[in-house]
Write a protein that binds this ligand. Structure first.
Ligand SMILES: C=C(OP(=O)(O)O)C(=O)O
Ligand SMILES: [Mg+2]
Length: 571
């Protein structure tokens, strides 16, 4: 027996035999061909064949996983028919007499490495889509069959290098009890699919394909991110118990879906969700979200060749507002730059993109683009409870400029006869230390704050949020961060304003008691964490936590804070 550490991507325990998914051996040789016409036809046949297969997988995904997950395959079909991918392949065949498999591999590799270099999860997923689609076409060109997981007919745990979206969509929940992969992270496609299918999964476990043999008994512990190979009967018993406890806990959380979030001593807070697309609203409602605390609008602008039109944006905002049926929806204006690039804006490369021309800074200069987004938002305001939030605000003057532009667009729309809500709250993200320490000044002018700890921590500790080597400095429980959070909450409350948090910290079980004790009004997190957080808060007494806040703020390290919280408030 031995265990392999990975990343828990979907909570739960599964115990079953390993099914090692063999990657099809695609040996690609680049050759010179003589008859380019017949090679072009061979390529087109492989594309057509792949299209038929993808249509079938899409239907299966639609039945098993619902319409929004099936959309991944709509995206794959678009990739398959994308002239930006297909035309250069045909040109290579025609102009360089290259064989079809060589040509598609070369073009796909170029796109994949371009997208993967972008420090951005969304673009990395686009790279995964291209890899998945081209692998299928190449398999057809080489007459190699792509494994079909829908044929699994006994209870197994899948062990694979990685699971592509098409692999996961073919999984049959009746038999596939869990999976583990060498690569991937919490936000990779396979991880997202596992969570929505409620299949326990451990990803990024590096060596599972080398160390696990087909048919071996394994335990996938998606709660703690462990894979246990050939467990003894005692260990199996231990995990069966852990599994039963988890199921019990889940059933308890599920009861809270229509409840409001109230602490043991009767204090109410709001639990909202972070979303990236209108489709994400379904998950928010299924998990009992009381609102959307952060709608990251940049996804509307990414993975395309030009800016989205006002109409396209209006449709997206309206859809979210309507689907949320009057619950609050905080829409953040474009937060591009840093790790999120828009190639079509053609901005010059910067030495320090995280400290550079990004988010509101860029919007205040590229005003046409900004005004288009604001108009779309204002027009959508009649369809629900809209709140508008500006990202990366560093000075009061930036906030005032942005607000002036918003009010100008509102007046213009009104004079042109549009009806715009008069109750739109206008707030800011607090994610730059200068804004946190002068929150008292901002609080007089904004309607609300939402603390963006993902950036606030990186800017306060001067530690890149994506750099593994300095990740030890990325300390949400550091007294430095907690003091800033307290300053922001107190400043807002002194002016009678509400304050939320939409960084990852808001859903962190160690941070939750502290934030409750500090008086945070709204916690915005990934939808799947909401019920767990609601259950946790219902057992906490706000007064009890607030009694130790003074002590916490004077501790010498993040570790001391964590230990105290675990000892006193986590069971
Ligand atoms: C929520 C935040 O925004 P993003 O992660 O999109 O930068 C943050 O900075 O905390
Ligand atoms: Mg941010």
């Amino acid at each position: 027996m031995h265990s392999i550490k990975g990343i828990g991507a979907s909570a739960g325990i599964s115990i079953a035999k390993a099914y090692c998914l063999e990657e099809p051996a695609l040996k690609i040789e680049k050759t010179v061909i003589e008859n380019t016409e017949s090679e072009l036809k061979r390529f087109q046949d492989a594309v057509n064949h792949s299209e038929l297969e993808l249509q079938k997988i899409k239907e299966h995904a639609h039945q098993e996983l619902g319409a929004d997950k099936a959309e991944i395959f709509e995206a794959h079909l678009l990739v398959l028919n994308d002239p930006e991918l297909i035309t250069p392949v045909k040109e290579k065949i025609k102009n360089e007499s290259m064989n079809a498999e060589g040509a598609i591999k070369e073009i796909a590799d170029m796109f994949v490495s371009m997208f993967e270099q972008m420090e951005n999860d969304y673009m990395k997923e686009r790279a995964a889509d291209i890899r998945d689609v081209t692998k299928r076409v190449i398999a057809h060109l080489l007459c190699v069959s792509v494994p079909n997981l829908s044929l699994v007919s006994e209870e197994v745990v899948i062990v694979a290098e990685d699971l592509t979206p098409s692999d996961t969509a073919q999984l049959n929940r009746q038999y596939v009890k869990g999976f583990t992969t060498n690569i991937g992270g919490r936000t990779s496609h396979s991880a997202i699919m596992a969570r929505s299918m409620e299949i326990p999964a451990v990803v990024g476990a590096k060596v599972v394909t080398q160390e696990i043999e087909n048919g071996a008994l394994i335990i996938v512990d998606g709660i703690d991110g462990n894979v246990i190979v050939n467990p003894s009967s005692e260990v199996v018993k231990e995990y069966e118990k852990k599994k039963a406890q988890f199921e019990e806990q889940k059933a308890e959380w599920a009861k809270l879906v229509n409840e409001s979030t109230i602490s043991a001593d009767g204090y109410h807070v709001e639990l909202a969700a972070n979303i990236g697309t209108p489709d994400d609203v379904r998950g928010v409602l299924e998990n009992g979200g009381e609102g959307v605390g952060l709608y990251r609008t940049e996804f509307l602008y990414m993975g395309r060749n030009q800016l989205p039109t006002e109409e396209e944006q209006f449709e997206a905002y309206r859809t979210v507002l309507e689907r949320m049926e009057g619950k609050p929806v905080v829409v953040r204006t474009l937060d591009i730059g840093g790790d999120k690039e828009l190639p079509y804006l053609d901005l010059p490369k910067e030495m320090n993109p995280f400290l550079g021309f990004r988010a509101l800074r860029l919007c205040l200069e590229m005003q046409d683009m900004f005004r288009t987004q604001l108009r779309a938002l204002l027009r959508a305001s009649m369809y629900g409870n809209l709140k508008i939030m500006f990202p990366m605000v560093a000075t009061l003057d930036e906030f005032r400029q942005a607000k002036t532009i918003l009010l100008e667009e509102k007046e213009k729309l009104k004079s042109a006869g549009s009806t715009i809500s008069d109750d739109i709250e206008i707030g800011i993200m607090v994610e730059i230390p200068s804004t946190a320490v002068t929150a008292d000044l901002f609080a007089k002018e904004v309607d609300f704050f939402s603390i963006g700890t993902n950036d606030l921590i990186q800017y306060t500790m001067a530690a890149d949020r994506m750099n593994e080597r300095v990740s030890y400095l990325y300390q949400p429980y550091s007294p430095a961060i907690l003091r800033l959070v307290k300053m922001v909450i107190d400043a807002a409350h002194n002016e009678g304003k509400w304050v939320g948090m939409c960084g990852e910290m808001a859903g962190d079980e160690v941070a939750i008691p502290i934030l409750l004790g500090l008086g945070l009004d709204e916690f915005s997190m990934s939808a799947t964490t909401i019920l767990q957080a609601r259950s946790q808060i219902s057992k906490l007494s706000r007064v009890e936590v607030s009694n130790v806040i003074e002590q916490i703020l004077n501790m010498k390290s993040a570790q001391e804070v964590e230990e105290l919280i675990k000892r006193k408030f986590l069971t």
